[in-house]
Design a protein around this ligand. Structure first.
Ligand SMILES: NC(=O)c1ccc[n+]([C@@H]2O[C@H](COP(=O)([O-])OP(=O)(O)OC[C@H]3O[C@@H](n4cnc5c(N)ncnc54)[C@H](O)[C@@H]3O)[C@@H](O)[C@H]2O)c1
Length: 308
């Protein structure tokens, strides 16, 4: 059994990953500054430190105290718009914070570093089919650049100091506890508006395509990464695309919402088609995204109703 640090464990994805680890008998230590995370997301049985990953001194004390086997790094500044307005803050958390964790992992002999990277905000237009791990990289936000930059540090630290790692590049992750700021934020925003009886806004014609993957499937892959995928970078998604209009339609049916979307002008810089090839995850983890979009959206709606 591994003693695992989950950074960002009070957030959306990190809290599901922490729960999955605890269910399998692993020990979980969480570091989160609660900037977007919430204390009531933290699963029972996890040890919690309210701390910032850019604060090296505090991290050092925690690492010395906890003697960790694995670091699973989910904490991040995830707001794309915020990254464009304040790239320094974005880089301080997503790059410098990550380097802090890597340096301490090296010093304290951590056995594996698992990193929640982005596939959704990384590859350019997927016009030739789903993006593979070696497809051209073309981030269009400071967020995408900072998340990718840490991948290079991880790779370098692995080559210089033999740190073992798995980099997981997520598509657009959705599910209970999701944050409207995240990469699949549109789902949380639509559900919220529909529950309030308001017509959600759609930017552009709504035909833009994304790969929406359910958070429990992502948590399962994080479990696999404890024991496989060593020194690999692996996409996690469904390999399927869904339009924003289709999301609107499914959520409308689940919530019995009769309103219409309010169409707004297309936002600058948005790509049309983003979808990940997940062949490598299938081969290495024997992993598939198992939860259908319909079922995942029903679960998300049920959670959001209960949270209101
Ligand atoms: N949601 C997606 O679709 C998606 C897609 C690709 C990658 N990711 C990555 O997954 C990870 C988790 O994202 P999420 O959607 O769960 O977002 P989230 O905002 O719910 O989780 C991030 C957590 O990190 C914490 N945090 C932020 N800055 C911190 C700091 N300086 N120190 C300590 N804690 C800090 C927040 O309080 C929050 O609990 C992020 O690294 C994100 O880049 C998410």
């Amino acid at each position: 059994m591994a003693k695992t640090l989950v950074t960002g464990g009070a957030g959306f994805i990190g809290s599901h990953v922490s729960q999955r680890y605890l269910n399998q008998g692993h020990q979980v230590v969480i570091i989160d500054n609660l900037s977007t995370g919430r204390e009531d997301n933290i699963p029972k049985g996890a040890k919690f430190y309210k701390a910032d990953i850019s604060d090296l001194k505090t991290l050092e004390t925690i690492f010395k105290e906890e003697k960790l086997d694995v670091v699973n790094h989910h904490a991040a500044q995830i707001d794309v718009r915020e990254s464009l307005e304040n790239p320094q803050k974005d880089a301080t958390i997503n790059i410098v914070g990550g380097i802090n964790l890597l340096e301490l992992s090296k010093k304290q002999g951590v056995k594996k570093f698992i990193y929640a990277a982005t596939g959704g905000a990384l590859y350019g237009e997927a016009s030739q089919g789903p993006s593979q791990e070696n497809s051209p990289i073309n981030p269009i936000s400071h967020y995408g650049v900072s998340k990718y930059c840490l991948e290079h540090y991880i790779d370098l630290c692995s080559r210089l100091y033999n740190i073992n790692f798995t980099i997981l590049r997520y598509a657009n992750v959705y599910g209970p506890r999701q944050n409207p700021l995240g990469e699949a934020g549109v789902i949380a925003i639509f559900i919220h508006a529909m529950l309030d009886g308001k017509n959600p806004m759609i930017y552009g014609d709504g035909e833009q395509l994304r790969d929406y993957v359910y958070v429990e499937d992502i948590a399962k892959a994080n479990l696999m990464a404890l024991s496989s995928g060593d020194k690999m970078t692996i996409n996690l998604g469904t390999g399927k695309t869904t339009s924003v209009n289709k999301l609107f339609q499914i959520l409308g049916e689940v919530l019995n919402f009769k309103g219409k979307p309010q169409f707004k002008p297309k936002r600058g810089g948005e790509i049309f088609r983003s979808v990940l090839d997940v062949g490598l995850a299938k081969n290495v983890f024997h992993w598939n995204a198992e939860v259908s979009l319909q079922k995942g959206l029903e679960n998300t709606v049920a959670w959001q109703r209960s949270a209101c």
